[in-house]
Design a protein around this ligand. Structure first.
Ligand code: SF4
Length: 665
């Protein structure tokens, strides 16, 4: 006795069933003539039935011939924007049976500005692909497979341009992954939309598995249906005895094969009506002398779910705003961003990968869209609430991110931290921030808190970060002191500016950057150099682990102006300088930041100068000649007079007391 099985997901997919239902309803409720743009589905027998019921099939070139009182039917593949425009401009009434999955791709493409390049993977001649690409405002390109991409785009070509990538709904899943990964290499900024219809993938996967375990596989569908042809090709690779038929009558030609088989698989393409599958099953049973309940088998090929039911599904696509989940049902599971996380800016691609298992709760089912809304948040909320309750009992510390600052008319009320998807309220008095001070600094921060109260009925939790933060800060500081050494470098943040230096935050502890460490030249006020919040590269100069003190260094050999001077200038060079101070014995002029030299009174002019202030003032720009440089003692002599007389002979040694004052440090 042969075991005959109908492959899961056989027959009309959601989109085709919807289009068939719509045309049936129109035929039953309207007396107007119905025209259909292209064949409604790729099934000769079914289309013949429609023809007999008065439906006229036509193509784009005949659009202008549609009588005014007729209705045009647009099939599940969808059509081009130009066709829609033509119909609207000419007042032709139409019923749009475009599958919502296809319409969604139209909307994605249509929402992009003309600067965005649209890349689509699919058959360039397929009406669905032509329809999708017609919505692109700017450049659009279609690749049929990975080899097409490689033949078109040079191997090392990379582009930063803004582009989106989508795929024909019925495209092969394995080939799509290859194409997607290759496009990501070429266009690293590409935004990927996983638009393969899970119905197609599921059907193909199911027939492969069933055919592998069968002696005979029968694929039922229109010979002009690409969907059926793909199924037949998959079946043929998995089962050596595979046949394709359009109707039950064709089985007679294979009676011998059927009688010799113990396990028989029946699969049907998306355009095959259930009536035809039933006929095939019945005929097959008769031939194999076997009568089983067809209705039962067809029903069993889909499992059913209800609202509120918890179920584990498989991630079939990840888009920026939602995740598609295969639940093994007729309905595609849609898990929207808001039902995954309460945090903003989360990249769903980092949370989910195609093939991941995910536990969800079923929400609203939509037969119109063929979808069921899912929620992961509800499951997580329950899970995290249990952990909150346990933490309240045990006193265990939890960690979460501060999402919101709560204010009322009296000032700051507290903050809301997220523990998983659950909100935990931390009163202002429990934040560890002194009374009256702003709480904004906590926003976005990861904090450890202790649950101090819960309301089981309202699922509310109150926590404190005061104690934990004190403890954890102390522990973190201890760890820091034990792990660092003199010479270690850090990028710190200026936390406070004092007259004698600045405190630089290094994470768990602060270090002191003394004023003498801030600049190489004459000491500058710390506030002239830094502002609070500035990032600063420092190193540990002195470390007192016992007393928990750190002195920081800022100046390095490379930033030493004398180091730079030696690599830039030499004695005899003529340079521009700025007068920075006037002394009775001459003027100091800066030739580069933090390095100034003395223009001795005798070198200010080619005429005698009694008082330098009578010739120069602070801020004057002067051109000077470098007449001497004592790197060891950090002294630099400059002369204006040497340039006026154009001779080195006029250069005289600066008096000792003046030279002492030329220390550039
Ligand atoms: S997108 Fe999927 S559901 Fe819609 S018509 Fe195509 S195969 Fe059917």
């Amino acid at each position: 006795m042969a075991d005959i099985k109908i492959s899961e997901y056989s027959g009309f997919c959601f989109g085709v069933k919807r289009a068939v239902d719509m045309i049936n309803e129109s035929l039953e409720s309207s007396h107007r003539r119905i025209y259909c743009l292209g064949e409604l589905i790729h099934n000769r027998i079914f289309n013949e039935t429609l023809r007999k019921r008065g439906v006229v099939f036509m193509d784009n070139s005949q659009l202008g011939d549609i009588p005014k009182d007729a209705i045009l039917f647009l099939r599940a593949h969808g059509t081009t924007k130009q066709t829609f425009d033509f119909l609207n401009e000419n007042g032709i009434e139409y019923i749009d049976a475009t599958c919502p999955y296809v319409s969604k791709i139209h909307k994605i493409v249509d929402s992009e500005p003309k600067e965005t390049k649209v890349i689509l993977i699919g058959d360039p001649n397929h009406p669905e692909v032509e329809g999708i690409m017609s919505w692109a405002k700017g450049e659009g390109v279609v690749f049929s497979d990975e080899s097409h991409i490689n033949a078109t785009i040079p191997k090392d070509f990379r582009s930063e341009e803004d582009c989106i990538l989508a795929v024909q709904t019925t495209f092969s899943g394995a080939e799509w992954i290859k194409c997607r990964d290759r496009i990501r290499e070429i266009y690293p900024n590409v935004r990927v939309y996983e638009t393969i219809c899970s119905v197609t993938e599921n059907r193909q996967r199911a027939i492969k598995t069933l055919a592998e375990n069968s002696d005979l596989t029968v694929v039922v569908g229109g010979r002009n249906s690409s969907n059926t042809a793909k199924l037949f090709s998959i079946a043929g690779k998995a089962c050596v005895n595979s046949i394709m038929i359009e109707s039950a009558e064709e089985l007679l030609a294979h009676a011998e094969l059927i009688r010799g088989a113990h396990k028989i698989a029946i699969a049907a393409g998306a355009s095959t009506p259930s009536g035809i599958i039933q006929e095939v099953y019945n005929k097959m049973s008769n031939i194999a002398n076997e009568e089983l309940s067809f209705a039962e088998l067809l029903e069993q090929s889909f499992k059913t779910l209800n609202t509120g039911e918890r179920v584990v599904g498989i991630v079939s696509a990840v888009n920026p705003t939602e995740v598609k989940v295969d639940l093994g049902t007729k309905h595609t599971g849609i898990l929207p961003y808001d039902e995954i996380t309460a945090e903003s800016g989360v990249n769903l691609n980092e949370l989910f990968k195609v093939g991941d298992e995910v536990e969800v709760i079923c929400g609203k089912f939509s037969d119109a869209d063929g979808t069921v809304q899912l929620s992961k948040k509800k499951i997580d909320q329950h899970k995290y609430w249990e952990m909150i309750k346990a933490a309240k009992e045990s006193g265990e510390m939890l960690t979460g991110k501060v999402k919101e600052i709560i204010k009322n008319e009296k000032g700051y009320a507290g903050v809301i931290a997220l523990y998983g998807p659950n909100k935990v309220f931390i009163p202002a008095s429990q934040t560890g921030i002194p009374k009256g001070e702003e709480l904004e600094s906590l926003k976005g921060q990861e904090v450890s808190f202790k649950i101090i109260d819960i309301n089981e009925q309202r699922k509310r939790a109150v926590a404190s970060i005061k104690e934990p933060s004190k403890i954890s800060r102390k522990e973190a500081a201890e760890t820091f002191y034990n792990s660092v050494n003199v010479g270690d470098k850090f990028e710190g943040t200026v936390r406070a500016i004092m007259s004698y230096g600045v405190f630089v935050n290094l994470g768990p502890v602060d270090g002191m950057l003394h004023i003498s460490e801030i600049s190489w030249g004459r000491p500058k006020k710390p506030s002239e150099v830094f502002a609070e919040g500035d990032k600063v590269n420092v190193f540990i100069k002195e470390l007192d682990k016992e007393n928990k003190r750190i002195s920081l260094g800022y100046k390095t050999e490379e930033s030493d102006p004398w180091y730079i001077f030696q690599n830039t200038y030499k004695v005899g060079d003529v340079v521009d300088a700025t007068v920075v101070s006037i002394m009775p014995f001459g003027a100091f002029a800066e030739i580069m930041p933090d390095l100034d030299g003395l223009i001795h009174i005798s070198q200010i002019s080619d005429k005698p100068v009694a008082n330098p202030a009578s010739v120069l003032k602070v801020g004057d720009k002067v051109t000077v000649k470098i007449t001497a440089a004592d790197v060891e003692r950090r002294r630099l002599s400059l002369s204006i007079r040497a340039l006026l007389e154009n001779t080195d002979e006029v250069v005289e040694e600066a008096p000792a007391e003046a030279a002492e004052a030329t220390d550039a440090e």
